[in-house]
Each structure stands twice: as structure tokens, then as C-alpha cells.
Design a protein around this ligand. Structure first.
Ligand code: SP5
Ligand code: ZN
Length: 350
């Protein structure tokens, strides 16, 4: 397991849902609970090593990375907390294609204008420690990729904040940089010709899909609650999204009905594993969200610990794996769900 204490420094302080500021679900305690559970389970802990920005820029636009690194300082300098009681960066204007109608995208002079330039929702707030944690989460994913590239059968990055909703240039869904995509690209660079990303978070990883949609060298497969049934991320994750150009056929979405339990969920995991076996993969990345669990407040799927363990076994048998933490919000069960998935992964790899 790879970890950085900096991952605790991101305190979103809530989220604005449908116009109302609410207590958030992506809280620092998630990481503390996971660290505790993994430590108790006997995980060997490696500190996240600092990596250069090059690995981030291999999947993200430089402007997004710079924005995330600087927007809090700009917010403070603009006296939004001190003078306007705006304690976090929250966007209110979004430069959608319809708004621009062909005009060039400018960088707004005011920080409150710039806040929506790269962020696509009101749920993904930035505060004083956010960048340190965002950067540390990416370093954890990269360190786990290093371990697997140098021969470990499996490594788990306890990333917080999570990442799979972030595209090359847009962030949201409680995610800021795409840790899993960064790890997948690092594995490619370290010599894996074909990489597969399997996303078992309850939500579709629209960001990871978008980053690799045109590529054949990185497969993306996801099972998730059906966005067509009304669930986040609403605009992506449908079964007919199969990739484009060279990437046609290298993207697979298996949307599941709300209420789906272990048997159908595991059948979908097996479907993705069959894809990976058919295509071949030199290394895998698992976007390990455990928010499909029955007790999770953020999804209507009803998956148990046993199914997470079984999913781990199935995936672990496919090849060397970098597991990257994504969602999972039920603090009382979070630890044992992740331990179950990782125990399965090790059993499958052995
Ligand atoms: C990484 C991850 O699992 N991100 C998921 C973000 C989903 N957020 C969508 C939230 C939709 C409304 N949730 C109700 C919140 C009420 N406080
Ligand atoms: Zn999720």
C-alpha cells in the first residue's frame, strides 16, 4: 500500500448540491479509516514518492494542472474568504459550448469567474490544503505504478481525493486529477504495451473513459449504476460508448439497474475480465471504488464484502495490478470493503 499523509489535507468543507451547501461525503476521515484498516490487516506501507509534473501532463492539459495549483491562492488574494465569507472555491459560471457559441475561451480576470473554467459541477470544492492532497494522491498512484513496473504483483494507492471523473481538461465529481489514468499512462511509459483499466466504482469513470477514448493501447471497462436511470455523471457511461477511431472497441460500459446485487454485479465484473483476457493486457489498473456497497449513501447498488473479495480474485488473476482508491463513503464499512477487495486481489494474483 502506498500512502501520503498529505492526502488528509484536502478539506472540501462540504459540497453545493442543487444550490444548497451540504456536509460533503468525500471527507478526510475516509483516508484515516482506510489507513487504519489496511494497517490492521497487515499491509506493507510505502510512502508516496514525489514525481515530476511530466507524468500528470501526459494525461492532463497544463492549464488544468496550473489552475488547480493556483486557484486557492488567487481566491485568498481576492479576499473571497475574508471579505465575502466564501470559505471555499465554488464556481457559478460555466463556459459551456452553448455559452461560447464559437468565441475563443478566455481566462476570466476575476477568480470567481475563473472558478468554473475547468470545473463542471458545484460539488468539487477547493480549499487551502487541496492542492497538496491532490498532488500527493497522484504521487501515490505513480509510486504504486513504479512498484508494479518493477515486479510487484500488486500495489494499492490510497488516493484521496479520488480521480476517475477528471478528463484531460475538466474536473468534478469530488475529483481533481485522474490518479488512475496517470498510473495507466505511467505503466505504458514503463514498458507495458497494453494496459487495461477496470473501474468498479459505483459511478461511471467519465474522465478515464474520455482520456483513453481514442486509444487502442489502454482499454477502459466500467460497471456502474446506469446514468440513464438518473445517476451521476448523467452525461456519460452508456453502453453504446465503445470508443472512437483507433480506440473503437477498447471502451466498454456495463450500466446496471439501481438495486443490482452481487450475482449481476459479479457477472458484469466477469464480462470485463473476459474482455481483458481476449485483448491481452501487460498490466492493469483497478479504479477501486467501494461505493457500490449496499450501505453506501452515494449509490443504489447493493454489493457485499464477499462480492468485492470475489471481484478482487477475478481481477488479480489477469496480471499485475495497480489498485487506485476511488469512491466509497460509508465510514463504518469502508475499511472492510477495501480490505476484502485487496485480499481477493492478492489471492487471485497468487
Ligand atoms: C469518486 C466518486 O465516487 N464520485 C462520485 C461523485 C458523485 N456525486 C454525485 C452526487 C449526487 C447527489 N448526491 C446527493 C448528495 C446529497 N448530500
Ligand atoms: Zn463513485
Amino acid at each position: 500500500m502506498v500512502w501520503s499523509a498529505d492526502c488528509l489535507r484536502h478539506e472540501p468543507g462540504g459540497e453545493v448540491w442543487l444550490g444548497v451547501w451540504e456536509a460533503g461525503t468525500e471527507v478526510p476521515e475516509r483516508a484515516a479509516v482506510l489507513l487504519d484498516a489496511l494497517t490492521s490487516a497487515g499491509a506493507r506501507i510505502t510512502d508516496a514518492a514525489t514525481h515530476s509534473d511530466e507524468a500528470l501532463l501526459a494525461v492532463h492539459d497544463a492549464e488544468l494542472v496550473t489552475h488547480l495549483a493556483t486557484i486557492w491562492a488567487d481566491w485568498e488574494a481576492g479576499r473571497y474568504p475574508a471579505e465575502y465569507r466564501r470559505s471555499r472555491v465554488v464556481p457559478y459560471v460555466f463556459p459551456t459550448p452553448g455559452l461560447l457559441a464559437g468565441l475563443p475561451l478566455r481566462s476570466p480576470a476575476a477568480a470567481h469567474g475563473r472558478a468554473g473554467r475547468f470545473c463542471y459541477d458545484t460539488m468539487t470544492l477547493v480549499g487551502p490544503g487541496s492542492w497538496a492532497a491532490i498532488r500527493a494522491a497522484a504521487d501515490a498512484a505513480l509510486t504504486a505504478a513504479d512498484l508494479v513496473a518493477s515486479g510487484e504483483p500488486a500495489a494499492y494507492a490510497l488516493c484521496r481525493p479520488p480521480g476517475h471523473h477528471v478528463t484531460a481538461s475538466a474536473y468534478g465529481g469530488s475529483c481533481y486529477l485522474n490518479n488512475a489514468a496517470i498510473a495507466a499512462q505511467a505503466l505504458r511509459r514503463a514498458g507495458a504495451d497494453r494496459v487495461a483499466v477496470l473501474d468498479i466504482d459505483a459511478h461511471h469513470g467519465n474522465g478515464t473513459q474520455a482520456i483513453f477514448y481514442h486509444r487502442d493501447d489502454v482499454y477502459y471497462g466500467s460497471l456502474h449504476v446506469d446514468p440513464g436511470a438518473g445517476w451521476f455523471p448523467h452525461y456519460a457511461g452508456y453502453a453504446d460508448e465503445r470508443g472512437t477511431g483507433d480506440g473503437l472497441g477498447a471502451n466498454r460500459n456495463l450500466p446496471l439497474a439501481p438495486g443490482t446485487g452481487d450475482p449481476d454485479w459479479l457477472t458484469a465484473v466477469e464480462g470485463l475480465c473476459t474482455d481483458v483476457r481476449d485483448r491481452g493486457a501487460d498490466a492493469l489498473v483497478v479504479s477501486l471504488g467501494v461505493d457500490a456497497a449496499a450501505g453506501d449513501p452515494e449509490s443504489p447498488l447493493r454489493v457485499t464484502d464477499d462480492a468485492y473479495r470475489r471481484a478482487g480474485e477475478l481481477i488479480g488473476a489477469l496480471g499485475p495490478v495497480v489498485a487506485v482508491q476511488e469512491g466509497g463513503y460509508d465510514l463504518p464499512s469502508l475499511g472492510r470493503l477495501v480490505v476484502a477487495a485487496l485480499s481477493g486481489l492478492l489471492a487471485g494474483a497468487g
